[in-house]
Design a protein around this ligand. Structure first.
Ligand code: MN
Ligand code: MN
Length: 490
């Protein structure tokens, strides 16, 4: 073939129809940052300043519920009383044992037509204290832990840790503890083996390099007395401090809930501040954006909007405050009763569930070019490309996922398209590499139509997770539209 022929065959004019056809037939997701739209960038940055405060204030499920209740009450929500009558425009919330929460803005449509619901979880992977945690060893005082949720244990050594707890005292009063978050606070610590003596250690598999029984927290080193014959004098030194400060005795530690989290504040990441770094963004990034969308709802509202925050997602949604608990549908039934102003019939309750639609708002895995082999680039969700709508998660051939229907997936995404809200879709990662679950299955079990949807996260389940600010803002916009407009006929 001559050069001349090649030139003729590749005439750019001949390509035009294919380019047109490509435009017409293909589809791709775009990065959303637009440096020419300073107004939008300002809105994104401002929203994320508030979000970072929420991350810092709510580092445990209990704290996040408290933070949420404060914000709701500032914005016209009141505690829901099951025997009260609710009318369109009413704003109520119901705490579920202080670790979960249901909040609603009542719409004018009958509850029998269903609710627009968003569910997120507010627990995050962490270290919990064992029931009998305190001991001394070789002049150190330690707390023993049992990790909660899926963590890489080696990430928790040699970093500053904070202690957040809820303790019931002998007299029945309770005390909330938070140590390690303020600049002047001490922090806590799990030691690492020095590299100089690690030739054996470095041969271990990553899953074994730090074991669960090695996650012992250093909490003290000054004995209560210099008299070496006093038994457990180092442990006693710490117990005395706990007693003097909080009235806590060792008996109270047995029944307490004390959680160890990274002692880090959320921060901007990057020269351009494109990202938020922080602990517990899985799944408080979805919880906070949904909460703000609920608070900012444009009245009057047609369908009642409900926001649910679940506990215990990271350990399988079990327990009375987890998404499998009957408490959440019970609150929903009570809201139906209060709106109707009478006992609903069994069928009215069934209709409410059947006609309700939900976004199971949980984070997605953001494609990470440094670990590219873990992802299918065609089917990944990317930081900076908007909220991820995910048909299924699960593991090993879609095991244990709700696998949303094509109809609902299309309905949700068409609503977003109509409102110019960018979204993307993908899977968790490479097939058979691992997997994960969300609360969607449990809502689907009840009969609620549901799809997973959330913000892509880098370094998920690490001590300092990363999200793109434009995705956070897009999630907020998407949740607003879903609550206000889903299933509203024009
Ligand atoms: Mn999650
Ligand atoms: Mn998680």
């Amino acid at each position: 073939m001559t050069e001349q022929n090649q030139g003729t065959a590749n005439d750019p004019k001949d390509r035009k129809p294919y380019e047109e056809l490509r435009k017409q037939l293909t589809f791709s997701f775009k990065n959303l940052w637009n440096p020419d739209n300073q107004e939008e960038i300002n809105s994104v940055m401002a929203f994320c300043e508030d979000y970072k405060v929420a991350l810092n204030e709510g580092k445990t499920e209990r704290e996040f519920v408290k933070f949420t209740v404060g914000l709701l009450e500032e914005n016209g929500f009141r505690a829901f009383k099951p025997d009260e009558q609710l009318a369109a425009g009413d704003r109520v919330y119901d705490s579920v044992h202080g670790k979960g929460l249901v909040a609603a803005v009542v719409g004018s449509d009958s509850p029998v037509k269903g609710f627009n619901m968003i569910g997120a979880h507010i627990d995050s992977p962490r270290l919990d204290l064992k029931p009998n945690p305190l001991y001394e060893s070789n002049d150190f005082t330690f707390l023993k832990t049992h990790y909660y949720g899926g963590i890489k244990k080696y990430l928790w050594v040699a970093i500053p840790l904070a202690l957040h707890g809820f303790v019931t005292l002998n007299d029945g009063t309770t005390v909330d503890i938070s140590i390690g978050e303020n600049e002047e606070d001490p922090v806590f610590y799990i030691t690492d083996l020095l590299i100089h003596l690690s030739s054996d250690h470095m041969q271990k598999k990553a899953s074994d390099v730090v074991s669960g029984e090695e996650l012992n927290i250093l909490v003290g080193g000054i004995p209560i007395t210099s008299d070496e014959d006093v038994k457990e004098r180092f442990k006693l030194g710490i117990l005395k401090l706990l007693y003097d400060q909080y009235g806590i005795v060792e008996r109270n530690l047995l029944t307490a809930e004390i959680e160890i989290v990274p002692a880090v504040k959320s921060r901007d990441i990057g020269f351009d501040r494109a990202f938020v770094g922080g602990y517990g963004q899985d799944d408080r990034v979805c919880a906070y954006t949904a909460l703000r969308a609920l608070i900012d709802i444009d009245q009057p509202l047609r369908r009642t909007s409900v926001c649910i925050f679940y506990d215990k997602e990271e350990i399988g949604s079990s327990g009375v405050t987890g998404a499998r608990s009957q408490l959440y549908p019970s609150v929903q039934k009570r809201i139906v009763r209060s709106i109707l102003g009478r006992e609903p019939s069994a069928f009215e309750l069934i209709d409410n569930i059947e006609q309700s639609v939900m976004l199971s708002s949980d984070v997605a895995a953001a494609y990470d070019p440094t670990y590219a082999s873990a992802f299918d680039p065609l089917n990944s969700t990317y930081a900076g490309r908007g909220i991820a709508i995910v048909k299924y998660v699960g593991r090993g051939g879609k095991g244990y996922t709700s696998d949303a229907s094509a109809e609902y997936f299309d309905e949700v995404t068409k609503l977003l398209d109509k409102n110019n809200i960018p979204w993307q879709t993908g899977e968790l990662g490479r097939v058979d590499l691992g997997g994960g679950g969300t609360v969607a299955v449990y809502q689907a079990d009840l009969g609620i139509t549901v799809i997973d949807c959330g913000v892509p996260v880098l370094s998920m389940h690490s001590c300092f997770e990363v999200t793109s600010k434009i995705d956070i803002y897009t999630a907020y916009r998407a949740y607003s539209v879903f609550m206000e407009q889903m299933r509203i006929e024009d």
